[in-house]
Design a protein around this ligand. Sequence first.
Ligand code: UFG
Length: 323
Amino acid sequence: MKVMVTGGAGYIGSVVTEELLRGGDEVVVYDSLYKGHREAVVEGAAFVKGDLLDTALLRETLAHHKVEAVVHMAADSLVGESVKVPAKYYRNNVLGGLSLLDAMLGAEVKYLVFSSTAAVYGEPAKQPIEETDPTQPTNPYGETKLAFERALRWYDSAHGLRFVSLRYFNAAGATERSGERHDPETHLIPIILQAAAGQRPEVTVFGDDYPTPDGTCVRDYIHVVDLAQAHILALHALAKGHPSSIYNLGCGGEGYSVKQVIDCARRVTGRDIPVSKGPRRAGDPAVLIASSARIVRELGWRPTQQKLDTIVESAWRWMQRKR
Ligand code: UFG
């Protein structure tokens, strides 16, 4: 297939591009580089530097490259920032998304795979979280992702634009060439590894009084390559007539606490990782675990790198190579 990946110069976008190219699909990356990195765009993919709000350029890109499907990953994704600057999230995640949909309708592109998030659930009603559970986001990030998901439903019924929305839990890990590099970095695993590498003095544990076995928050970490594979399955299913659907993407199981992730990183790196205790971070649910049974059942998704050690090792190897 010919696929346009918005946000393909970002962490997950570059891995999705790698996996698409490896499977024989053609890719054009569309990215403003406002957060992405030009060098993260995978060799073999075409590249267009452009803003999501530039509907004309999007439409021209879709037409010029004869794109058949879009993977839409370009977005702002920091929970804390979204609470402080909601306008940015509504502009980029909702207006930007609608601009993309207009361009797709104009260029007659009918399939979209969307990067959604566990943040659409808010404070979950139960664990593991299923797609049918209530969606009550507690911040503008989750709210804007949900707003766009809802828009997709109506574009499907009005225009036949079919979509798969993938609600990511905690994406982590790296491939040989692509890994996680945000500025500022807020995610747990890269922060821990930066501390292991001596690039920051310590890791602050945000709260150790949660109602979890060791008092720290529990998350469902999923290897970025397993995540990328789900996009490819979704694209190919859409092309074969699969109806619009929403899927959680996590590894399920018991998840891992912040303390367990730190212990794992100590094991994997063999380094000392200084830790300090801090207050809870606003808006952090105690536990977020996905039920991914639906995507396993309907698309045959099979994660292959579920062990936390494997995920952390891959991120560490990538970080060591980068230096
Ligand atoms: N944490 C720390 N110290 C740090 C960084 C993180 O203790 O320096 C903790 C957090 O409090 C949280 C856990 O580590 O309990 C994981 O935090 P991340 O920031 O790595 O990931 P989140 O679970 O907060 O965020 C993920 C996605 C978001 C999504 C969210 C859904 O990255 O995009 O899940 O709630 F919105």
